[in-house]
Design a protein around this ligand. Structure first.
Ligand code: ZN
Length: 219
């Protein structure tokens, strides 16, 4: 089967990492598109952010309905509950079980017919809140599953996998996409301008501070 090696799809959540991953993909591949998922996330502002970022990047963007995900589990990303560590599994209550597995699999299904092998996701196993589906071994295993299950040479690219937030900010500068981050969304409280106090806001602020660069979102 023919493979369009110059084509990639980017999983664009509207957050800082996926926005930077989109900038990376634009530099690596000739044909780039972006895909986002509406999974009933509390902060629908993310999807509007993703749309604006895709427009800045001048890439086609589609939002797929995955509202089913919100019916499968209770967590702080979807329902209005407290962000804390779940004592049973040691993971934050923001963990959505199966989310990245579904996202990557659906993205692969969506680009299969256009013979696009490259799937780009901005996960990091450094500043990753302990989510097991952000780890390199999960991604490697999923890549193998997709290759076998669709008999197509998918490659899952994780340009930020070993990056902390400081390095992610520095990469955005290097790729000349820092401005795009003005449209990215991070705050767990769903606030714009961001609350500055939730764990996500604090992690983001720490990264910009360490890189010595002002956050364009706060300008
Ligand atoms: Zn916040």
């Amino acid at each position: 089967m023919q493979v369009n090696k110059d084509a990639a799809v980017v999983l664009l959540s509207g957050g800082q990492d996926s926005t930077t991953a989109l900038g990376w993909a634009k530099q690596q591949f000739k044909t780039v598109s972006a895909i986002s998922f509406d999974y009933g996330q509390r902060h629908r502002v993310e999807l509007a952010c993703a749309t604006r970022i895709a427009a800045r990047a001048e890439v086609p963007h589609r939002i797929l309905d995955l509202s089913l995900l919100s019916t499968l589990s209770h967590n702080a990303m979807i329902q209005d509950s407290v962000i804390e560590i779940n004592e049973e599994n040691g993971l934050p209550t923001t963990f959505v079980p199966g989310r990245n597995l579904l996202f990557v699999t659906l993205a692969a299904a969506a680009v299969y017919q256009s013979k696009t092998p490259n799937i780009v996701i901005g996960v990091s196993q450094v500043d990753y809140s302990g989510y097991p589906d952000c780890r390199g071994n999960t991604i490697k295993s999923l890549q193998e599953t997709l290759r076998l299950g669709m008999d197509f040479p998918f490659v899952i690219h994780t340009p930020l996998i070993y990056f902390d937030k400081k390095k992610t900010v520095e990469l955005a500068v290097k790729l000349d996409v820092l401005d795009w981050l003005a449209d990215s969304h991070t705050c767990y409280e769903g606030k714009r301008p961001p609350c500055g106090e939730c764990p996500a806001c604090q992690l983001r602020a720490k990264g910009f501070q360490a890189a010595g660069i002002p956050d364009p979102l706060l300008r």
